[in-house]
Write a protein that binds this ligand. Structure first.
Ligand code: F6R
Length: 607
């Protein structure tokens, strides 16, 4: 949520800051702004809306200066207008901020009593005024930061520049990520290494509570107690090339089509090519030593966790508790003394997931993170990490990260099953083979996009929809509904098909299309009955099934898509793909902003 950048350069800062912001726009796009030092004075340009609008503004009124900070906003406090756009500035200091200052009301009252005049409704502006008060009392920028930071409550990353202090940027992190980039006679700050990739591949991640003084010569790091500390720089493997759409109309479509490769790469990282068996790096716990695993995540990653519950329980016989991170962290769950915690996160920065991880870790549970971004806060806080090899996911609606998460989780379940002796080797080999066939099956599904486009024309007219599935296809139905509502703004709910009669069937009429995920598995006949029940009540039913399922639905539904037949164990990775395409095509038909849907941001670093 919100992206921040800072530079101390030998060349004009504005272009470098804009480049960084473009790469961070996935974090928020309500407004954008830059501040630089121009002749020692703070100069700002801000614009409501996407970075494009800021670029237009800068063309009209360029911003000189070689030291500066920039921001792309996902609004928390205050409307997404220009007055609330960052940087927030007084005469002495300009500040950009990611996160929330929870005690901003008290601080604002105190600062107003001291005569500070606020220009915005934001929590961030309190930081600018607080720093200014200390500066006016005679503090240096570093002293002002050292005094102000402990007074802030909440989770945040901040970057600040100071009038009269050319070549100085101060950055601070508590809860939200911040990386320092090392250049040749230049230094940079960014919310993530992706923002800094065109500038440098040498980065230092600030630790929790750290703040750093950047000058052209390097950085001085301080911990939360203001002690000077050393922090290692590391090489990142991210490419400096701007991540492009490779000829696709949207990032989301490109990412959907990348799935055969992404799932293949992720499986290849976990399956030994010689033996064809799952071979994982050492985990922070032994499968035989635990009696329960808790899997915690948010949004799409949570639906990956729900899918994994079926796998672990059915194949490995390990009890699994699945929870939404924002619930888990606050309900103080009693932790099993033979338990372990797994979190799943694409970004590795989701605030609630990180807090859940810390909660369990501080109480002695071993923690494993499945993340897409190496070096992210979650990756660094966990005892062990398994990486999804999805590459940067830019479309706000998660697609390839989900199937890559499923690939890792399926391998984990197989590893667990083998270690616990829950399944014989022949069956394990068959399940591993089924997984290895997934990339080819996804490819086959993607060839059917034209048929899915036809179905989308029906959905585009709907106001409400239901998605149904049983067993392993229930979490997939939930994910399908989430994709649709996120990018098309059509209200969609996912239900376990067996729950239909317990309430939701009352909603069914001819205006309520129902999407059912029902390949021919052991539960197919039961779902087929549910399909007939909704068809009998006039609903247009769209079924994602396989050849066998398609030939046994009588009467046939309004629309159906027959997927290649695949072992039900691996089928969730394939079945979700047509639902992603369906959501994409529906959004396209409705003309919504597919890659940057309203009100959302890619990385949710606030609670
Ligand atoms: C949905 C989506 C979100 C994320 C959720 C968790 O398309 O992208 O629901 O899945 O915000 O994000 P990560 O995986 O980064 O922790």
């Amino acid at each position: 949520m919100c992206g921040i950048v800072g530079v101390i350069a030998k060349r004009p800062a504005a272009g470098l800051l804009l480049e960084g912001l473009r790469r961070l726009e996935y974090r928020g796009y309500d407004s954008a702004g830059l501040a630089t030092l121009e002749g020692g004075k703070i100069a700002r340009r801000r614009a409501r809306g996407k970075i494009r609008a800021l670029e237009d503004r800068l063309r009209e009124e360029p911003l000189p200066g070689v030291t500066g900070i920039g921001h792309t906003r996902w609004a928390t406090h205050g409307k997404p207008n220009e007055a609330n756009a960052h940087p927030h500035a007084t005469g002495q200091v300009a500040v950009v901020h990611n996160g929330i200052i929870e005690n901003y009301k008290e601080l604002r009252r105190e600062l107003e009593q001291k005569g500070c005049v606020f220009q915005s409704e934001t929590d961030t502006e309190t930081v600018a005024h607080l720093l200014s008060v200390y500066l006016r009392e005679g503090a240096s920028p570093a002293e002002a930061a050292a005094k102000a930071l402990p007074r802030l409550e909440g989770a945040f990353a901040l970057a600040m520049i100071f009038a009269g202090h050319e070549g100085l940027v101060i950055g601070a992190r508590r809860g939200s990520p911040l990386a320092v980039g090392h250049g040749e006679g230049e230094m940079y700050l960014g919310s993530d290494a992706l923002a800094l990739a065109p500038l440098t591949s040498r980065v230092t991640y600030l630790e929790e509570g750290d703040w750093a003084e950047l000058t052209a010569d390097g950085a001085v790091f301080h911990d939360a107690g203001n002690n000077i500390v050393s922090r290692e720089a590391q090489q990142t493997a991210l490419s400096g090339a701007m991540i492009g759409k490779a000829g696709y109309r949207h990032f989301m479509l490109k990412e959907i089509f990348e799935q055969p490769g992404v799932v293949g790469d992720t499986l290849a990282s976990l399956i030994d090519p010689e033996t064809g068996r799952v071979a994982l790096p050492d985990l922070p716990f032994k499968w035989n030593a635990i009696q329960k695993i808790s899997i915690v995540a948010c949004g799409t990653a949570y639906y990956a966790a729900k899918t994994a519950k079926y796998w672990f329980e059915q194949v490995a016989g390990l009890p699994v508790e699945v929870d939404i991170a924002s619930e888990y962290r606050y309900r103080s769950p009693p932790l099993h003394d033979k338990g372990a915690l797994m979190v799943i996160s694409q970004s590795g920065e989701t605030a609630d997931t990180l807090a859940a991880l810390r909660f369990a870790g501080e109480r002695g549970q071993k923690t494993l993170a499945v993340v897409n971004v190496p070096g992210s806060s979650i990756a660094r806080a966990a005892d062990g990490v398994l990486q999804t090899h999805a590459g940067p996911e830019i479309g706000v609606a998660s697609t390839k990260a989900f199937t890559a998460q499923l690939a890792v989780l399926a391998c984990l379940a197989l590893d667990c099953a083998r270690t616990r002796g829950a399944v014989d080797e022949t069956r394990l080999d068959a399940l591993t083979q089924a997984l290895r066939a997934v990339p080819g099956h996804i490819n086959a599904v993607l060839q059917k996009s034209a048929s899915i486009r036809e179905a989308a024309q029906i959905l585009a007219e709907a106001r409400d929809m239901l998605y149904l599935g049983r067993g392993l296809y229930y979490p997939i139905a939930l994910e399908g509904a989430l994709k649709l509502k996120e990018i098309s703004y059509i209200h969609a709910e996912g239900y376990a098909a067996g729950e239909l009669k317990h309430g939701p069937i009352a909603l069914i009429d001819e205006d309520m299309p129902v999407v059912v995920v029902a390949p021919h598995d052991a539960l197919f006949e039961k779902t087929a009955s549910n399909i007939q029940e909704v068809m009998a009540r006039g609903a247009k039913v769209l079924v994602v099934t396989d050849e066998k399922g398609a030939s046994s639905l009588d009467p046939p539904p309004f629309w159906q898509l027959a997927l290649p037949e695949i072992d039900p164990f691996a089928a969730p990775l394939v079945c979700v793909v047509p639902l992603q395409v369906l959501a994409y095509e529906t959004a396209l038909a409705k003309g919504t902003d597919v890659d940057q849907p309203r009100n959302l941001a890619k990385s949710v670093t606030v609670e």
